[in-house]
Design a binder for this molecule. Sequence first.
Ligand SMILES: C[S@@+](CC[C@H](N)C(=O)[O-])C[C@H]1O[C@@H](n2cnc3c(N)ncnc32)[C@H](O)[C@@H]1O
Length: 314
Amino acid sequence: MDSAIIRDRDFAASALEGLQADPKWLDSKWLYDAEGSAIFEQITQLPEYYPTRTETRILKDEISALSQVLDPGTVLVELGSGASVKTRILLDAASQLGAYVPVDISADFLEETAKGLREAYPGTPIRPVVGDFTQDIRLPAALDAEPKTAFFPGSTIGNLPHDTAAAMLDRLRHWPGIKALILGLDLVKDTTTLVEAYDDAAGVTANFNLNLLRRMNREIGADFDLSAFHHEARWNAELSRIEMHLVSDKDQTVTVAGTPIAFAAGESIHTENSRKYTREAFAAIADRGGWEIADFLTDAGQLFAVAVLKPKQD
Ligand SMILES: C[S@@+](CC[C@H](N)C(=O)[O-])C[C@H]1O[C@@H](n2cnc3c(N)ncnc32)[C@H](O)[C@@H]1O
């Protein structure tokens, strides 16, 4: 069966599960269709969005330490690769990688990105894999025997519940040939900086969030009126996370995949979590997933960290 049909069916089932729950929620992975991925790239350029430029700075400043886990012949596998912009810092520094395998759920955007990388790095095999990293990912079988370093930047791990994150790290830990994991994580900081990073003055993050309603209208026959919802970013101190919500401005009923969904004025759909970590909180999740921290690299302001992890010995 056509993979787009399966995806639409999964999307509809997942959306209905979340929208019929109380409180309403949607899995954040659906934020990333081709349009969502392109808007996310705009977010990375925003003055309020410190994570991308800070992580980029750390990767550049610490490239000689990071190159230690990128020996010749290593296969670099990136999870949630998006536009693979930061990856270029690693690709530029590593000599003779066995392959680069970007993994992402946003299929069309991934293919476009892979095309650009093949032109820029003709000596490196680029082997994109469309997949959901919260489930088993099938890496190209021909690479099974090769040594691997995984790359999981962008604090994308923070979008996952702790149990899901630990289970994912555990699956990674058991990949054949896995040697190391380079992972970007956002650190706890003052509330204003955090909230502004997810609610920018230009409204780009609001557009990113609202695209989820547009996507449901486009793909699963929903009839959301986008002017009747607004974006909110909320800091949940107890759970150490920024939450993104889409809030209904009035009482209204929307049809999604043939099912009526009632909203009260002020009721929200919780669309994403971005957890913020202390080193200790992150180390506990890494430990549950079978990894230990070999290096913990941060910027001078302690805004963000890049951890180099090694599999714990059984
Ligand atoms: C926060 S963005 C980070 C993008 C890029 N790695 C960066 O650091 O700028 C999250 C990326 O993960 C992808 N993604 C989100 N959920 C996913 C999932 N469950 N499986 C695979 N990719 C996913 C998105 O499509 C997006 O490219």
